[in-house]
Design a protein around this ligand. Structure first.
Ligand SMILES: Nc1c(NC[C@H](O)[C@H](O)[C@H](O)CO)[nH]c(=O)[nH]c1=O
Ligand SMILES: CC(=O)[C@@H](O)COP(=O)(O)O
Length: 161
């Protein structure tokens, strides 16, 4: 199902596990900060809406999406129950988009394999700024909200297994 057929911000609170005792790390890329700040706000608001205490959310900033890999690796060492990696990669004139997207995708995948802490992929990879705007609180909702819900569910899965 494409994003255009699914609002990223919609969730049923009755299906969300209790998150009161979980701690979350959120690592935010500074590139395209007009987008990443919107994604962060969506994630933060969703965590609070589902009972996560304010002091159970740690935020760190990194220069770009490629640095999310190292930032999330170090965030895992903070003994959090899940990490959310927030970035916005937008196609430019060159193939750099391809390498950044592939690199951060593989790096975050690797962290999910190598470590015992779930790292949620909240990295937009858009062709245009408008596509990013539409997914960071615009007409398609907020990918940050979706990522926070995923993080709660994965923290719960980890705590039960
Ligand atoms: N063009 C974008 C970048 N590029 C920067 C890289 O992520 C990285 O910081 C640099 O290569 C130094 O290692 N990053 C984004 O997050 N979004 C972009 O659109
Ligand atoms: C994703 C990028 O690194 C890209 O936005 C940089 O732009 P350009 O390919 O024009 O250098």
């Amino acid at each position: 199902m494409a994003t255009e057929n699914k609002n990223l911000s919609q969730y049923d609170k009755n299906t969300i596990p209790n998150a009161n005792n979980f701690r979350f790390g959120i690592v935010v890329s500074e590139w395209n900060e007009n987008i990443t700040e919107g994604l962060y706000q969506g994630a933060f608001d969703a965590l609070i809406d589902n009972g996560v205490p304010h002091n159970s959310i740690i935020r760190w900033d990194v220069p770009g999406s490629f640095e999310l890999i190292y930032g999330c690796k170090k965030m895992i060492e903070q003994n959090v129950d899940a990490v959310i990696a927030i970035g916005s990669v937008i196609q430019g004139e060159t193939k750099h988009f391809d390498f950044v997207c592939e690199g951060v995708t593989q790096g975050i995948k690797d962290l999910n394999i190598i470590t015992d802490t779930p790292v949620v992929f909240c990295v937009l990879t858009d062709n245009t700024m408008q596509q990013a705007i539409d997914r960071a609180g615009g007409k398609h909702g907020n990918k940050g909200t979706e990522a926070a819900i995923a993080a709660i569910k994965m923290a719960n899965l980890r705590s039960n297994n």
